[in-house]
Design a binder for this molecule. Sequence first.
Ligand code: NAD
Length: 294
Amino acid sequence: MAINKVAVIGAGVMGAAIAAQLTNAGVPVYLLDIVPEQATNRNIVAETAIQKLLKAEPAAFMHKNNARLITPGNIEDHLSLLADVDWVIEAIVEKPQVKQALYKKLVAVCHKDCVISSNTSTLPLSVLVDGLPESFAAQFMITHFFNPPRYMRLLELVTSPKTRPELISTVQHFADIALGKNCVLCKDTPGFIANRIGIFWLQCGILEAIELGLTVEQADNIIAAPFGIPKTGIFGLLDLIGLDLIPPILSSMTRALPAEDAFQPISQLPTRIQDMIAAGLTGRKGKGGFYRLN
Ligand code: NAD
């Protein structure tokens, strides 16, 4: 089995960057998204998305001619393209019902040896496959890329006993050879490995910074190097991830972990962060964040 063509669904922070990394590796990629409901002119939507992509990953399209970037169009219009794709990476919003609705559409078009994977940060694999056909579970796994994908070598792989072993090894081999990833097989536990730990220290950092009355620059200067995130620190990392992703991650971890678990997240984000999200200050992808107003 070989991966000759990939589709990434969801052209947001992660999907666009994953597609860009694949494109740079010379792999033909389709990148699909939905047209926002308020959009009246699809061409403008498509043009804007491509511009955003180019802005986000300026060096990513050197092999542009190798790839077919289809962005965005309405996903319904392009589902038939997926018939000869060998790996579909789902990188859409962190909501299980929305992801599952998409999987039902994929079942109808993807061939039986096509790997279908989710880039979910924290949703359990057992929840994502619940109620879907056995044949879907056999080709499904979680491939959790880290942000930004072209610099972060870690790829967490979460599989189930139903996932076909040959599909797992195909992804491991491809991720290693084509993308230079270090794959770590994880159990289907809350937050897998990296986010189980990462979300915990991220929230500790935020709460301590507020408690001590630190500026974001002070907090990040103090925490960045010792924690091995020299470029961004905590608040810069939040800008990169997108602040709007934090509430669904926290609630998914809260649901999945026992109440007394040491890694149980805080029940509510600090008010000032909630206010930022409500105002569209979701970080680099929004009107700005802790460091930048767009
Ligand atoms: P995002 O909000 O930046 O992008 C999501 C994209 O999905 C949007 O462009 C949206 O239009 C599109 N979309 C929504 N519903 C869709 C549908 N039904 N069909 C097609 N497209 C649809 O989100 P993101 O931050 O890129 O996160 C995507 C996934 O990756 C989530 O599961 C998230 O947990 C995970 N993840 C995010 C990060 C991060 O740093 N942001 C890191 C690792 C994993």
